[in-house]
Design a protein around this ligand. Structure first.
Ligand SMILES: Nc1ncnc2c1ncn2[C@@H]1O[C@H](COP(=O)(O)OP(=O)(O)O)[C@@H](O)[C@H]1O
Ligand SMILES: [Mg+2]
Length: 263
């Protein structure tokens, strides 16, 4: 194993809920795994949608909240305790529980730097076995997000192709970029338009996204009922080659692997 190899950390964020962060996280992660990459998914949302989608059954072992706590408290961490495996998708994950709601208070207690706790967690040599770490964020801009943005190599912002959720995107983007002023627009900060519909208002938002953020924009993900079925059935669409959404997420995966972000 190459000891100098570091995983690429992709943080999927948006201050708003319901804009396909979790759907994107799981499909991109499963798609990377289909391409032979070793992937770790990390749930930092106390609503635990990603964790539920991965069919997690509470097993008494520690979750992301304890990983944050042990790091802040500078306790020794036994990494294997935190990692679960999803056989169906062939990937590892660190689950969340509602206990994660207290993580902001824990992070604030950090004596070194409350914004770099995640950077310290994921720079441990244990994680060099992964090619990609994908962090599925909660709908906020709190200290969890600051940590996730700072530790990431790629910040992927899902933007729903709908006029109301689109409002405020510019302001949110500026806030996220202030968390990481070294970020390279178009290379390590990307926008993924989601739930694109074949109706005028949705098309107008996609056009506005391209106009405002051109070189940062990945090919849009279409709106399809198959997504609802896939989350209900705890499956992913990248495994279905005939599905439009699956194909669109595989385009994102290949763009990420190839460094070719313009679709
Ligand atoms: N491409 C899509 N087509 C149709 N519905 C979608 C699509 N992407 C996401 N959804 C639905 O939108 C809702 C919010 O998605 P989710 O991934 O949970 O968002 P977030 O994590 O940002 O809160 C879910 O019900 C999900 O099934
Ligand atoms: Mg979510």
């Amino acid at each position: 194993m190459d000891k100098n190899k570091k995983p690429i950390i992709i943080t999927i964020a948006n201050e708003k809920g319901g804009v396909a962060k979790t759907t994107s996280a799981i499909n991109i992660a499963a798609g990377l795994s289909l391409r032979g990459k070793k992937v770790l998914l990390v749930d930092i949302d106390s609503q635990t949608h990603l964790t539920n989608w991965l069919d997690f059954c509470f097993d008494g072992k520690p979750t992301i909240a304890e990983l944050i706590y042990q790091t802040v408290a500078q306790f020794p961490v036994n990494h294997d305790d935190f990692i679960r495996h999803n056989n169906k998708l062939n990937l590892d994950y660190i689950p969340a529980t509602p206990m994660l709601a207290g993580a902001v208070t824990t992070l604030k207690a950090d004596q070194t730097d409350e914004t770099t706790v995640f950077s310290r967690i994921f720079s441990d040599g244990y994680f060099t076995k992964y090619d990609y770490i994908i962090i599925d964020c909660c709908p906020s801009l709190d200290l969890r997000i600051t940590n996730a943005v700072i530790c990431s190599d790629i910040l992927l912002i899902t933007v729903q192709a709908d006029p109301i959720p689109y409002q405020g995107t510019d302001k949110m983007l500026k806030t996220l970029l202030r968390m990481k002023p070294t970020a390279n627009i178009g290379e390590d900060v990307l926008i993924l338009p989601t739930m694109a519909m074949n109706i005028q208002v949705s098309k107008a938002v996609i056009e506005a996204i391209y106009e405002s953020y051109g070189k940062m924009v990945l090919s849009p993900i279409p709106f399809r009922a198959s997504v609802k079925n896939s989350s209900a059935n705890k499956t992913v669409l990248v495994r279905r080659t005939s599905d439009d959404v699956g194909k669109a997420y595989m385009n994102v995966v290949d763009a990420l692997i190839g460094g070719e972000i313009h679709g």
